[in-house]
Design a binder for this molecule. Structure first.
Ligand code: ATP
Ligand code: MG
Length: 252
């Protein structure tokens, strides 16, 4: 299988501090790579780099066959559509002055989709994230956290991305809502074949959604591989610490 998103030897320094140290991974089409590690381990920095919001000091990121950091302007404009972000707090990402329909239509217009198709496409997008057309005229402040996150997902898929980068996308939600939004991600993946780069500090979330897992500790990959294999038989002591922390959290 060819990867849709891959990184090789990513290094990132902030002054004397090494935030990422030779990080490599490969994400296949329609699969989910879970990126887990405690606060400060470099997860969001890696997410920013693979979205080209920040440049690494060394290493290569490839989107499909293209080197993300040596693209032409035109390729880059396309790339911005091919890889989409779902952030932790969707209400920061959604424009507070736009209704749901306006936010979604904005994405459709940017792709040159004719305006007569927008209304139907918006309803379709909402259905994809299990919301009814009733939400078309809602403003972000009228949405619950879970609903706003669904809109952020709908906005991402409006661009027909190959990859969605989700950075702590369910971390601010209640457990039950968290499970529903994770199911929505999983459905999208099987329906649309989109790949997920799913960042979370929560191993239970990663376990639920990921095919493969990348465990970061202080900017280094300490373990990677198929989720079941890694979590059932962690080779690295740090992964065991994360697993123990999860088990004790469950006991509370
Ligand atoms: N722009 C920056 N300038 C300086 N240091 C930074 C910058 N961005 C991140 N860092 C540092 O790099 C390290 C990794 O940060 P990062 O945000 O990637 O961690 P994270 O794993 O996403 O943590 P969290 O789970 O808290 O979101 C941290 O020590 C952080 O302080
Ligand atoms: Mg982070």
């Amino acid at each position: 299988m060819s990867s849709v998103l891959a990184a090789d030897g990513i290094v990132k320094h902030f002054g004397a501090f090494t935030a990422l140290d030779r990080v490599s991974f490969s994400l296949e089409r329609g699969r989910t790579l879970g990126v887990v590690g405690e606060s400060g381990s470099g997860k969001s920095t890696l997410g920013r780099i693979v979205m080209r919001l920040m440049a690494p000091d060394a290493g290569v990121v490839t989107l499909g066959d293209d080197d993300l950091f040596s693209m032409s302007e035109r390729q880059l404009r396309m790339a911005r559509r091919r890889i989409q972000l779902v952030p932790q707090d969707p209400r920061h990402a959604l424009n507070p002055t736009m209704t749901v329909q306006q936010s979604l239509a904005f994405q459709l217009r940017a792709q040159g989709i004719p305006s007569r198709e927008w209304a139907a496409r918006c309803v379709e997008l909402l259905a994809r994230v299990s919301l009814t057309a009733d939400y078309l005229h809602a403003y972000p402040h009228e949405l619950s956290g879970g609903q706003a996150q669904r809109i952020a997902i709908a906005r991402a898929i409006a661009n027909n991305p190959e990859v969605i980068v989700a950075d702590e996308a369910v971390s601010a939600l209640d457990k039950s809502v968290q499970a529903q939004v994770l199911n929505t991600f999983a459905e999208l993946q099987s329906d649309l074949g989109v790949a997920l780069f799913f960042i979370s500090h929560d191993l239970a979330v990663i376990e639920h959604i990921s095919d493969d897992v990348l465990v970061l500790n202080r900017g280094e990959v300490v373990e990677s591989g198929p989720t079941r294999a890694v979590l059932d038989d962690p080779k690295d002591p740090y992964t065991r610490v994360l697993l123990d922390a999860r088990h004790s959290a469950e006991a509370i």
